[in-house]
Design a binder for this molecule. Structure first.
Ligand SMILES: Cc1ncc(COP(=O)(O)O)c(C=O)c1O
Length: 461
């Protein structure tokens, strides 16, 4: 299909003059030269110059079924024609009700109550508001503190950002003082000589000590991504989530599993909480892959037990005054229903499980490259962490260069990666074939080698 605008000069100008992007760096605002994604098919996007790039991060970890999926497009168009909108405050709609039912069929335990949101941040926001609301209804308004973790990312609403623990994002924006942050759970940063088991014991003790120090009567919930995604694909030691849940149960602290990235197939399961990590949390938040990236939507999925504890005679007449104009939007619901149908029909979860070992072994073989100091991941998500050596401020300065350099070289070679400081993360569309996985890693390896040469030439290593 021909691009909408053949001459990209005005679009580039409009982008700089009028489009404020997420995480906009104020030093460069108005002077950026972003790559424009103009069309896409399968796992490739085409840029404004006609370059074809393999989409390593699947958009923003969301394009589970790749691009140009006619079945989803048709389902959305049909829904838009028959009913483009209903007010979830006053009415309901069969597409959205059916989606809630289909999701409840796939969640662990009694996680059967689906509150639709507009994305991941609003799903987390809703989870926090619900937990606070419940404690108000239960007559314990002081039980409000949230325990989160360093490197966690839970979103960009004020509440979700306030429980996010990425240091770099805290510098210039205010956070509310609602959360306590546990130390990094990345086994890679454990002290030299410490075993994984000892590290795990330490991380569990961090949680228990925090609850005891804050006082169990003041702690409402623990929030955790099963795999800390944008914090650098951090996979906690085996058994971590189970033991955290046990601690939470011991002190009547609720467990929110933020599956915005891990939900909908990324790890080869509908949800990773139980199937990969053996836990049934109290709340699961999800978004992104839920519509395969074709429409904005998220969900805060709450257990029957939580709802039942404050409903009917126990409700005190309370109303959960939280919601969005677009909660359960029917066009998004149609995209999500079609996504679920395709996952089932094409056995996509099995496919992910069958290609994940190749993905993970190719990922780990990148450790042979001199600047790669760690390669980690699970399912179809992975990251490499690089180091150019040095210590303190000097190391930090170099770290900030390396991800961008790899990204630049990979783009020249036809691969999009997502650089995060000294890391590159990738989470390709779930439909990727073995050949495509091999291609991703062939290109990445080449990109890292070329970037290493550049860095040497520039005297940065
Ligand atoms: C784990 C997690 N939670 C929440 C969010 C926020 O989702 P959204 O950007 O859809 O608001 C993200 C986004 O990357 C995420 O990775």
């Amino acid at each position: 299909m021909a691009p909408l605008i053949n001459d990209f000069t005005p679009a580039k100008d409009w982008d700089n003059a009028n489009f404020v992007h997420p995480w906009e760096g104020m030093e460069d605002i108005g002077n950026n030269s972003r790559t424009f994604a103009e069309s896409a098919h399968g796992i490739y996007i085409t840029t404004e110059t006609g370059a074809k790039l393999l989409d390593g991060p699947a958009g923003m970890w969301c394009m589970q079924l790749g691009y140009g999926n006619g079945e989803i497009a048709d389902a959305m168009a049909e829904q838009a024609r028959s009913l483009a909108y209903f007010s979830p405050f006053n009415n309901s709609n069969s597409a959205s009700a059916r989606l809630a039912h289909e999701i409840a069929q796939r969640t662990p335990g009694d996680l059967n109550r689906v509150f639709f949101t507009t994305g991941g941040s609003t799903a987390v926001d809703t989870a926090l508001r619900f937990i606070w609301f419940r404690n108000n209804v239960l007559g314990r308004p002081e039980k409000k503190r949230i325990i989160s973790r360093q490197k966690a990312y839970h979103g960009s609403t004020h509440l979700a950002a306030s429980v996010s623990g990425k240091e770099r994002d805290k510098g210039w924006l205010d956070q509310m003082d609602i959360a306590h942050f546990l130390p990094n759970v990345n086994p890679f940063v454990r002290p030299n000589g410490m075993s994984i088991d000892t590290f795990l014991d330490e991380k569990i003790a961090d949680l228990e000590n925090a609850i005891l120090e804050l006082g169990p009567d003041t702690v409402a919930a623990f929030i955790a991504e099963p795999v800390l995604a944008s914090g650098g694909v951090i996979v906690p030691p085996k058994g971590y989530h189970k033991r955290c849940l046990e601690i939470c149960r011991k002190y009547d602290v609720l467990y929110i599993s933020d599956e915005v990235v891990t939900g909908f197939g990324r790890l080869g399961h509908w949800f990773a909480s139980e199937d990969e990590f053996g836990i049934v949390p109290d709340i699961i938040t999800c978004a992104k892959g839920m519509t395969a990236g074709y429409a904005p939507m998220g969900a805060c999925i709450i257990s029957d037990a939580l709802i039942d504890s404050i409903s009917g005679d126990a409700s005190q007449g309370a109303t959960f005054s939280n919601g969005y104009t677009f909660s359960g939007h029917p066009v998004s619901a149609a995209a999500a229903l079609k996504t679920i149908e395709i996952f089932d029909r094409d056995n996509l979860l099995d496919h992910v499980q069958s290609i994940a070992p190749l993905f993970q072994s190719r990922l780990r073989s990148l450790m042979d490259l001199p600047i790669v100091v760690d390669a980690r991941g699970v399912g179809l998500v992975g990251a490499i962490e690089c180091s150019l050596g040095g210590t303190g401020a000097e190391k930090l300065e170099r770290d900030y260069v390396v991800g961008g350099r790899i990204d630049a070289r990979c783009q020249e070679l036809g691969l999009l990666v997502r650089p995060i400081i000294n890391m590159c993360v990738f989470s390709p569309p779930l439909i990727s074939t073995e050949d495509e996985i091999n291609k991703i890693f062939d290109l990445l390896e080449q990109g890292v080698r070329l970037a290493t040469q550049d860095l040497k030439a520039d005297g940065l290593m």
